[in-house]
Design a protein around this ligand. Structure first.
Ligand code: NAP
Length: 753
């Protein structure tokens, strides 16, 4: 079969799409001769004057005779007639493709002409175009970065398919394949239905008597929504008739949707209206992120590198509230969704990961208002109220969401698939899948390493009578696995218990109690009984002690500091940083202790102190595991040597925190010796320089506070991920007294260092 450059390419129809493709072929010199046929001599004349074709014909058969590749670029309803006329002029070697917006009728036309679709015929559809038509409207860049769908048939010659694929790749398009029926069903919803609505809305309003006023005062929404009503009427007439069945089906679904809205408006049903609108808004954003594989937090979408610069000195004083706890934010959405009634959440961490959880529950039909400055209202659907999501649940980079949801989804009567971004898709999921399988869950991970996507076949489990309670001895201490199993236990028959080898965070247990669910704790074993109910509550999410830790260290090492951190979660499984700083001589006072949604909370006052180096007790390591980067800065400012052991886990966090912190401290002139399971740091004078955070938010924030005691400016690179846990770190740090600024370094200025 032919190779590029081809000898002859023939177009039947030479308007917007045909002439755009011819422009690509010409620009990239992919063909020796281009022929075309059109009904109008003027089109051919223009095409020739523009140098786009070598010869034009009025008869399609003449144009295609001798061609290696024939491209049908005329309206879809002319397909059968065109194929009949070119049939005598094509051979078994000729590759034929088309660009029609519908595929079922094009394939049917080919079947009627040949009896069966020729092996050299590859139906195709570029998802690109404009409201303009004709040879003058074409441009060579029309298809760049747009999708082209090919719908090969079982008998399609793979060499013909390969040629057509490469044709579109030369036009810089993304090529994908799907079957004919799916193409028509998908396009009926995503393209044909919106065009139908736009045509209909404009026509309906135009016929009303006050139409002049309507158009004169038409707001941006009307203009945006109806832009596509300027498209070619004849082409769209053909498309709707050609894709009749799929369009009618899509229209039926849409009409049911408008009926629901009509009823809700008639009855003043705010919950339904809010539910539809919030889900729609969130879904639109979600699709955008999902398709681009990017993050939810807007601050992370720039391709430039985010850099923090800290000037030396600065005094810390006043009162501050750091963002809400991530673990508790996740769980407030999960349990709020599964509860009966409306759960009011404040202090919700609007970071990437917790937003992924929020989106997953919206996808499963839960109405969630917000977040609006940390406030979220979750309209719980009860333990039996979740609905099958319309597609795969995309959880971004959030391992917590995926592991905890695995437990919840295992008990639902529907099937789900969870996927994540490139980095989450490398993380192990078998550790949660295994205990869930013991409970009767039908759950599959991917590949040899048991990574996402994770498929949960809830319908299979349901058909076998649902989950059964188990006792599970956690092989490694993991709050996520413990929580996933306990959450599955809400639906399991009998009791579910988990014994952990070392204490892990107990937020799930506490919050279950906060939602009125009975949880028994006996030493290292937690037990719940299936079959209860969760009752909605109010949750003022405690400030995250991991975020507060930076300010605890900052106020300890700064001169004349007196800072009070408000409403900090002091869960006993998380207070290692307070204990360790106190052991180093830190001046921390825990005040106003209270309990919120099952969690202990307090205000913490920190004043400057002369810190001294210590050997960190190993029993404190699990209680401070995320806070070590900040504590290493405390150690660098302390008098004497600080030794950490038993913390090998630090090497497999978002970065190798032992090595990355040691490297940064060296740059700043501090002697820091990494060991396999910890580090040895000699306190001294911090210098100045440029450190790299390796995209690890906690490393970036730790070196930011180091500026308080540095001899000169510290520049911290690769800081965009700070937004994942601490959306307004720079703002809050500046208000407290740190001399810190964020700036962007453009990608072109970046070095490989
Ligand atoms: P266009 O600019 O109007 O061009 C259509 C071409 O087809 C003209 O050269 C016209 O020739 C010729 N033609 C019309 N009726 C014909 C017939 N009965 N027999 C033979 N030739 C005929 O339209 P286009 O936008 O390029 O659309 C062409 C195809 O691309 C359609 O199948 C459409 O579904 C598909 N498509 C369009 C878009 C878009 O946004 N426009 C996007 C994707 C796919 P005359 O000079 O003789 O009128």
């Amino acid at each position: 079969m032919s190779r590029w450059p081809l000898r002859q390419v023939a177009f039947v129809g030479f308007g917007l799409i045909g002439s755009s493709l011819a422009r690509c072929l010409r620009e990239k010199q992919l063909v020796e001769r281009i022929t075309a046929s059109s009904r109008s001599a003027a089109t051919l004349r223009t095409a020739k004057q523009l140098g786009l074709i070598d010869i034009g014909y009025s008869d399609a058969a003449d144009a295609v005779r001798g061609a290696d590749l024939v491209i049908l670029a005329m309206p879809v309803n002319a397909t059968e007639q065109v194929l009949r006329s070119i049939r005598p002029a094509v051979t078994a070697q000729t590759v034929i493709t088309d660009v029609g917006s519908t595929k079922g009728n094009v394939v049917a036309a080919a079947e009627r002409v040949w009896g069966r679709v020729p092996a050299g015929f590859v139906p195709g559809h570029p998802i690109a175009g404009s409201e303009q038509s004709g040879v003058l409207a074409g441009r060579s860049s029309l298809f760049a970065n747009h999708k082209v769908i090919l719908t090969p048939l079982p008998d399609t010659d793979p060499r013909a398919l390969a040629l057509v694929e490469s044709l579109w790749r030369h036009a810089d398009a993304d090529v994908l394949t799907m079957d004919v029926a799916r193409h028509d069903a998908v396009l009926a919803r995503t393209s044909h239905l919106p065009h139908l609505l736009a045509f209909s809305l404009v026509d309906t309003l135009a016929r009303e008597s006050q139409n002049l006023d309507i158009f004169r005062y038409a707001a941006g929404g009307f203009r945006d929504f109806t832009r596509i009503a300027a498209s070619d009427p004849l082409m769209w007439h053909d498309i709707f008739l050609a894709n009749r069945e799929a369009v009618l089906q899509a229209l039926g679904t849409f009409e049911a949707g408008t009926q629901t809205l009509r009823r809700a408006i008639e009855q003043g049903d705010s919950e339904t209206l809010l539910g539809i609108f919030t889900r729609a808004r969130a879904a639109r954003e979600h699709f955008t992120h999902m398709l681009a594989g990017t993050a939810y937090a807007k601050s992370m979408t720039s391709s430039n590198e985010l850099i923090f610069t800290v000037q030396p000195g600065g005094r810390l004083s006043g009162r501050a509230r750091v963002p809400g706890d991530k673990s508790i934010s996740h769980r407030s959405i999960m349990l709020g969704s599964l509860a009966n009634g409306v759960t009011e959440v404040s202090g919700f961490l609007e970071g990437e990961d917790a937003l992924a959880t929020l989106q997953a529950f919206r996808d499963m039909g839960v109405v969630i208002e917000g977040p609006d400055r940390g406030r979220v209202r979750v309209h719980g659907v009860g333990l039996r109220g979740l609905k099958a999501p319309p597609g795969a649940l995309y959880v971004g980079n959030s391992g917590t969401t995926m592991r905890l949801l695995s437990g919840i989804l295992s008990a639902q009567p529907f099937d789900t698939v969870m996927t994540g971004d490139a980095s989450l898709n490398k993380r192990p999921m078998e550790r949660i899948a295994k205990p869930l399988r013991l409970m009767g869950a039908e759950i599959q991970t991917t590949g040899e390493r048991g990574t996402p996507p994770v498929s949960v076949l809830g319908s299979v489990t349901a058909s076998r009578g649902g989950l059964k309670g188990i006792h599970y001895d956690l092989p490694i201490a993991s709050a996520q696995v413990k929580s996933g199993v306990l959450l599955a236990g809400l639906w399991a028959e009998g009791s579910t218990s988990v014994t952990e080898p070392a204490p892990t965070r107990d937020h799930t247990e506490r919050m279950l109690r906060g939602f009125g669910y009975d949880v028994q704790v006996d030493g290292a074993t937690v037990t719940i009984q299936g079959g209860g109910e969760l009752t909605a509550t109010s949750i003022d999410v405690p400030a995250d002690i991991s975020s507060a830790a930076f300010f605890m260290v900052a106020a300890s090492i700064a001169e004349d500091a007196d800072l009070t951190l408000e409403h900090v979660g002091i869960n006993p499984t998380r207070i290692g940083v307070i204990n360790i700083l106190r052991a180093m001589g830190g001046d921390l006072t825990v005040m106003n202790e209270r309990e919120i949604g099952g969690e202990p909370v307090a205000d913490i006052r920190i004043r400057s102190a002369r810190l001294k180096g210590i050997r960190i007790p190993e029993d404190q390591v699990p209680l401070a595991i995320d806070e070590f980067p900040a504590l290493f800065i405390a150690a660098a400012c302390a008098q004497g040597t600080t030794v950490l052991t038993g913390a090998e886990e630090l090497r497999v966090k978002e970065s190798d925190r032992i090595q990355v912190m040691a490297d940064g401290l060296h740059t700043l002139g501090i002697a820091a010796t990494p060991t396999p399971d910890g580090i040895i740091i000699e306190g001294g004078q911090l210098g100045q320089g440029e450190v790299i955070s390796h995209g690890d938010h906690r490393i970036a924030m730790s070196f930011s506070i180091a500026g308080l005691r540095a001899a000169g400016p510290i520049v911290i690179r690769d800081c965009a991920n700070v937004a994942t846990s601490f959306p307004d770190f720079i703002g809050l740090a500046s208000r407290c007294g740190l001399r810190i600024q964020a700036s962007e370094r453009s990608a072109s200025q970046q070095t490989d260092a």
